[in-house]
Design a protein around this ligand. Structure first.
Ligand code: HEC
Length: 99
């Protein structure tokens, strides 16, 4: 009688995780599109500034400024132009939470 209960609990424990991953494209974007240049988890590497843990609002503002060419850059303008406001907000939120 205990077994079905445990299975049910295991399922409940797994379900929210699966959902959180599916609803978090920012995780994938950051890993595939940002961390290659800004180091693993955005910690920074030679030639790539550390962006992990930057203030969320500052990150968004920086990306939007790169996107509009208000802030000059060699590559970030072109990269930022690939994302809409909602994506920039999601990416910024995710990267701001990295340590
Ligand atoms: C091809 C390498 C490359 C990729 C990919 C890349 N960056 Fe950058 N990033 C740079 C460079 C180089 C700079 C310096 C500005 C410039 O020259 O464009 C920079 C600057 C920045 C800055 C300003 C840092 C500071 O200290 O002022 C932020 C924020 C940033 N990038 C965020 C991101 C995010 C978020 C992504 C993913 C969407 C990303 N970058 C992807 C190369 C990259």
């Amino acid at each position: 009688m205990l077994r079905p209960v445990l299975l049910g609990l295991a399922f409940l424990a797994l379900a929210p995780n699966t959902q959180a991953q599916a609803s978090s494209p920012a995780t994938t974007i950051a890993a595939e599109a940002c961390f290659g240049c800004h180091g693993p988890a955005g910690q920074g590497v030679t030639g790539g500034a550390a962006i992990a843990g930057m203030d969320r609002a500052e990150l968004s503002a920086t990306l939007i400024a790169f996107r509009s060419n208000e802030r000059p850059g060699t590559i970030m303008g072109r990269i930022a132009r690939g994302y809409n406001d909602a994506e920039i907000a999601a990416i910024s939120d995710y990267i701001a939470r990295q340590r």
